[in-house]
Ligand binder design. Structure first.
Ligand SMILES: Cc1ncc(COP(=O)(O)O)c(C=O)c1O
Length: 354
């Protein structure tokens, strides 16, 4: 599919001038910076935080691009969490009250929140009962309604499954809108990332995050990978200093030894197997749904009562029983061995009461 990205961008965004931050207008080597109304004396934090960060995060983007094997950092956008990237994609491409986007239900709740904030019409297409993609329906609705973006979450939250590559490929080849694949949980999956296919599909945007496998939800760093034309639009409309120096420095340091992340992923996958197996032996658990993420769905006869009981025991899981195809389901994040045992013991205690 030959897609013209410029034709998808909102007209006001195409026309507008980007905010020129203090250092944007200057190239070369300077000795004295008296241009940005910063505090030249330093900061009471005792750390060097008195200067604004680099708006385009050159050092950090180079490092991440290198780690991810991108052909160039021009394919990478960094956001204040991937939630920022998701929101900016809508703001860049979807005209409020006119354009639409497509969601595949059930899925991550922030997509519809962002759509609602931006007043963008949502086209809901249901997943099949086994949580696979209803490819024909997706393509047919896309052709009829012409959404600007299709949001595909793979591994999906809350169902924890990965969609078949052939299905996604068929969608990418059949629609003339953007296709955003949210890979927040890709490190826990058995399939490879769609980042590898960026050069084939101009309409593909892949989202990833430091919040899950990297264990850095607190620093708020999300990534969007796409054609440089799309990345330029996102960089044009973001807040000038959206990635702060504290985050940048910690992530740069972490990337010096990324193998620690791989060790964490291995640990979580071992715990996932442990917890899912343990669930199968608990009588009130009716079904444990397979997972390619760091969480899974488990089905109960009375999920609300189990949820309440766990809360009283001081254990919080996510009640997803009101979501499509998730009847009876609680979503459980894999914890440490100690936490997982506490959860299983609490569920056993509840079972014995029944
Ligand atoms: C599918 C999915 N995408 C994105 C996010 C948000 O990630 P971030 O912390 O990078 O904003 C989440 C958080 O739970 C998620 O489940």
């Amino acid at each position: 599919m030959n897609i013209n990205i410029t034709s998808l961008v909102r007209k006001n965004i195409l026309k507008m001038k980007k905010y020129a931050s203090a250092r944007d207008e200057f190239t070369g080597k300077a000795k004295v910076f008296l241009d940005a109304n910063e505090n030249a004396f330093g900061s009471p934090s005792g750390q060097e935080l008195n200067r604004y960060p680099d708006p385009l995060q050159k050092q950090l983007r180079d490092k991440i691009a290198d780690y991810k094997g991108l052909s160039s950092p021009e394919h990478l956008f960094l956001g204040n969490g991937s939630d920022e990237a998701i929101d900016l994609i809508l703001r860049a491409f979807c005209e409020p009250r006119i354009d639409s986007l497509m969601l595949l239900l059930p899925t991550y709740g922030m997509y519809s929140v962002s759509a609602n904030v931006n007043d963008i019409k949502i086209l809901n297409v249901e997943l099949n009962k086994d949580f696979s993609l209803n490819v024909n329906e997706i393509i047919s609705v896309a052709k009829k309604e012409q959404p600007k973006v299709i949001f595909i979450c793979s591994p999906n939250n809350p169902s924890a499954n990965v969609y078949a590559k052939e299905d996604i490929e068929k969608i990418l080849n059949s629609v003339n809108c953007l296709v955003m694949i949210d890979e927040a949980y890709i490190d826990f999956a058995t399939t490879s990332s769609w980042i590898e296919r960026l050069d084939e599909f101009k309409n593909l945007i892949v989202i990833q995050t430091f919040s899950k496998a990297w264990g850095m939800a607190g620093v708020r760093l999300g990534m969007a990978f796409a054609d440089p034309e799309i990345i330029n639009v996102l960089n044009k409309i973001k807040y000038p200093y959206n990635i702060n120096d504290v985050t940048s420095n910690i992530v740069l340091k972490t990337l010096q030894d990324p193998s620690i992340k791989d060790e964490l992923v291995t640990k979580i996958k071992i715990e996932r197997t442990f917890l899912m197996n343990a669930f199968k032996d608990i009588s009130i658990v009716k079904e444990v749904i397979p997972s390619e993420a760091n969480f899974f769905l488990a089905r109960f006869k009375d999920p609300d009562a189990v949820y309440r009981f766990l809360t009283e025991e001081g254990i919080i899981v996510r009640n997803r029983s009101n979501q499509l195809h998730c009847e009876g389901c609680l979503r459980v994040t894999v914890g440490t061995r100690e936490e997982n045992i506490m959860l299983c013991e609490a569920l056993q205690k509840y079972s014995e009461k029944e």
